[in-house]
Write a protein that binds this ligand. Structure first.
Ligand code: CDP
Length: 261
């Protein structure tokens, strides 16, 4: 059964004024907010709000592998668990992980693995738990982006961050950062991810119709937008340490003041 009945899609994905239904231009990202260190019990964590998407990522590792038979004697393994809460989508999602969640977990793992030094951690695992609390298109990209931040927050050595975004085509026009309705009612959806240490794509999926030329143009706009998101990831990471620094300075000052009395 389709998630949304086709008849329920709007006839047009652009308004009279040329803007998209949510008021964006073709090359405009949805609003993005990120924060790291949001889960006390994880080794590293991050939270991302991207348009109407809300996603948490928690990272553990390196730690012992359970079940043991999954361990590799010559390298560590990365395990990703992408899950959507039952209330994250319009039609209640069944709580058990479905085929889609397993596939997206695998895809996210493939995006992130190139930036890790797994060969330095034989016999151990790194685990990334992703919870999509609210979903509105592009959750695999949002999840990859927030998971990379959580790995960095855990202090795990990485070659670089990874940033992900979906571009595509709606009503014959190329756009970036598709919303849920654009993803479903549009003509093409092209999620991609970049590993910044070598500027290579670690994800490129494609669903729909597009000419090769349109694909090239889409990839150019994707790279521009990915750079914008990457800056936000860096700011989120730095903000944590700026806050720690400010707190430490405050404590030192109050100690000094106390000592002088
Ligand atoms: O989220 P992403 O675009 O990476 O993956 P998708 O499988 O193309 O799903 C597109 C959107 O469909 C999701 O972001 C959700 O908003 C929605 N969806 C849903 O409503 N119910 C589901 N069981 C799965 C997805």
């Amino acid at each position: 059964m389709p998630l949304v009945i086709k008849d329920e899609y709007p006839e047009k994905l652009f308004r009279e004024d040329g803007k998209r239904l949510d008021g964006r231009d073709k090359t405009e990202l949805r609003p993005i907010k990120m924060e790291v260190g949001v889960i006390n019990n994880a080794d590293g964590s991050a939270y991302l709000e991207w348009g109407n998407n809300k996603v948490f990522a928690a990272v553990y590792g390196p730690r012992e592998v359970h079940p043991h038979h999954l361990a590799k004697p010559d390298r560590g393994i990365l395990r990703v668990f992408y899950r959507m809460t039952t209330f994250s989508v319009f039609e209640r999602k069944r709580p058990a992980p479905g085929r889609r969640e397993k596939e997206i977990s695998m895809v996210i793992g493939d995006c992130l693995e190139p930036v890790l030094f797994l060969e330095l951690y034989p016999g151990t695992s790194f685990e990334v738990f992703i919870e999509v609390i609210d979903a509105d298109g592009g959750t695999r990209c949002a999840s990859t982006t927030v998971a990379a931040l959580a790995l960095a927050d855990a202090g795990i050595p990485m070659k670089s961050l990874v940033t992900s975004l979906a571009v595509g085509k709606i009503d014959g026009e190329l756009v970036i950062d598709l919303s849920g309705i654009e993803d479903k009612a549009g003509e093409a959806d092209l999620p991609c991810a970049i590993t910044w240490y070598n500027d290579e794509l670690s994800l490129l999926q494609f669903d729909g119709d597009m000419t090769l030329e349109e694909m090239n143009t889409s990839m150019d706009s994707a790279v521009e937008a990915l750079k914008e998101i990457y800056e936000k990831q860096l700011t989120a990471l730095k903000s944590k340490y700026i806050a720690i620094q400010e707190e430490t300075l405050k404590q030192q000052e109050s100690k000094t003041d106390g000592g002088e009395e």
